[in-house]
Design a protein around this ligand. Structure first.
Ligand code: TNX
Length: 523
């Protein structure tokens, strides 16, 4: 073969290096590890790069839009070190910028839909409501490398894949319940949890505020509830409670993340803390001692006393006034100490009290043995029969089957803390179910949504909360958000594995399940 000449060789070198600079790997937006999985993703192979001088441009006139712009800037600042300016946009954002657009005309799929268009030049997030924009902002956050969530400045570049995501949720209600009665958790813990829920597009926070072991919300007309009934918790430690101001602060913090707070006062059972605070709520007029064990089903309000209904009306009235969301939860579970002939009219009357304060009522599925009024929902946790009974009465069901969605259930027999009376729930089991296929006669149109519940008999610290919640929560979030037909554990577990890095960056204490191929683990 003839040796190639010098000129030809250098020409070839030029061609090769030119070739090299073009072989920057193409991006693939459809392979990004988003949870919940978006409804539609179209990849275009490029990258958008966030830079020091990038700005967040707002289109549309609303205070909420400004808040979302500020929220996004605040989320991106610590790791990038960029002070992204939030500005009002003209008709188009200049290149290199993020564009948030609120267009109320655009609603096809309800409030939470959004479109995220990423090109080499700009990121455009469009939604018909601020809520939709907020959900889209979470998707945008997840597209960056995990280190975007770190609290200290990191090296860039801050590149994300280009393409278009069009997204909206399957269920309008995607909830999480925290029991602060068995163990009390302070405002800062609750806020941290709300931030974690928001990252996965959870939109309802069910706050279990009273149980046998403690009453956690200040009620001004019945002050002993917290002054006496808030003093204990499981194990005998000191407990605690939220002042109305603190509760409102939590409600506001949640609202800023487009999360609705649903307060629960469990009744007529699970009421020892109240009964201990006010002897007159007991049929025998005697106050029992405060309770710090974990048995259930031994307490009941005195359903035959008129004072009981005045008490409930006062409590519901104060809570309704403090709670902007549409729902109030009345509990109703495991009232083994209440005779069934007393329980049925009690539940009927309490529904009326809640409705009279302008709220919709939710109760555990036990309430279906009573008459259920329009605008009252049953939360399925244990009884298939009760869920079916509720549907027969025209009620919608909130799905929290204990065998799948109780995150106080242990992963396996080696898990501490937790319980296992319903099941051991490994991460795949928590993910592998379809709310619309679980109960014969309870179809998609009968379902309000999905909720994971964390009971806190054995949960004492924020670190315990996170260990039980993660990594199961992203799975519940996806069950609530993404169409069942698009979900499979084998595909999901790879996306979840990539979220391990995000949990670490966020400082979340998570269970390192052997069923998930975490990055860095040996195959
Ligand atoms: C059942 S679920 C309960 C709670 C317990 C939980 C423990 C429900 C409506 N009642 O009172 O905390 O089990 O897993």
């Amino acid at each position: 073969m003839k040796p190639i000449g010098k000129i030809a060789a250098s020409a070839m070198f030029l061609i090769m290096t030119a070739g090299l600079s073009c072989t920057v790997e193409k991006s693939d937006l459809s392979k990004e590890n988003l949870i919940p999985r978006p409804v539609s993703v179209t990849a275009t192979g490029n990258y958008f790069t966030l830079q020091k001088g990038s700005g967040i441009y707002l289109q549309g006139n609303s205070e909420e839009l400004q808040h979302i712009g500020n929220y996004l800037a605040a989320r991106l600042k610590p790791a990038t070190g960029f002070e992204l300016a939030v500005k009002t946009a003209g008709s188009e954002a200049p290149q290199g910028n993020i564009y948030l657009s609120l267009d109320p005309k655009d609603s096809k799929n309800g409030n939470e839909e959004y479109t995220l268009e990423i090109t080499k030049a700009t990121v455009k997030l469009t939604a018909s409501s601020a809520e939709g924009l907020f959900r889209g902002v979470q998707t945008f956050r997840q597209l960056f490398p995990a280190k975007i969530e770190l609290a200290t400045t990191q090296e860039g570049p801050w590149k994300i894949a280009s393409g278009t995501i069009i997204d909206s949720p399957e269920y309008a209600y995607r909830g999480f319940m925290l029991d602060v009665a068995r163990h009390f958790f302070g405002v800062d813990d609750v806020k941290r949890l709300l931030d974690e829920l928001a990252y996965y597009k959870i939109n309802m926070f069910h706050f279990h505020l009273a149980d046998d072991q403690g009453w956690r919300i200040e009620i001004k007309s019945w002050p002993q509830l917290t002054l006496h009934g808030g003093l204990t918790e499981v194990g005998g430690d000191k407990g605690g409670f939220y002042t109305q101001e603190q509760y409102s602060d939590i409600v506001k913090y949640a609202a800023e993340r487009y999360i609705t707070v649903i307060p629960e006062i469990d009744m007529p059972g699970h009421t020892n803390a109240a009964l201990s605070s006010y002897p007159e709520l007991n049929c025998n007029g005697k106050a029992p001692d405060l309770y710090t064990g974990i048995e259930v089903g031994f307490s009941t309000l005195c359903t035959s006393k008129e004072l009981t209904y005045k008490f409930i009306d006062d409590v519901v009235g104060e809570l309704a006034a403090l709670t902007p969301g549409p729902y109030l939860h009345i509990g109703g579970d495991e009232s083994h100490a209440t005779k069934i002939e007393d329980y049925i009219p009690f539940v009927k009357r309490v529904q009326d009290i809640v409705l009279s304060h302008g709220k919709k009522a939710i109760g555990w599925d036990d309430i279906a043995i009573s008459e259920m009024k329009p605008g009252v929902y049953a939360q399925h946790w244990a009884s298939v029969k009760n869920a079916q009974l509720a549907v027969k009465q025209g009620s919608k069901i909130l799905m929290s089957p204990a065998v799948k969605a109780y995150v106080d259930m242990q992963y396996d027999s080696t898990t501490t803390p937790g319980l296992h009376w319903a099941a051991y729930i490994e991460v795949d089991s928590a993910y592998n179910w379809d709310p619309a296929k679980l109960i014969p006669g309870v179809a998609k149109e009968n379902i309000l949504g999905v909720e994971a519940a964390l009971w806190s008999e054995t949960i004492k610290t924020m670190s315990d909360i996170e260990y039980m919640v993660f990594p199961r929560l992203p799975g519940y979030a996806e069950i609530g958000w993404s169409p069942a037909s698009s979900r499979s554990w084998d595909e999901y577990k790879l996306r979840l594995a990539a979220h391990g890095e995000k949990f670490k960056a966020l400082g979340i204490n998570y269970y390192h399940s052997p069923r998930v191929p975490w990055a860095g683990d040996k195959k």
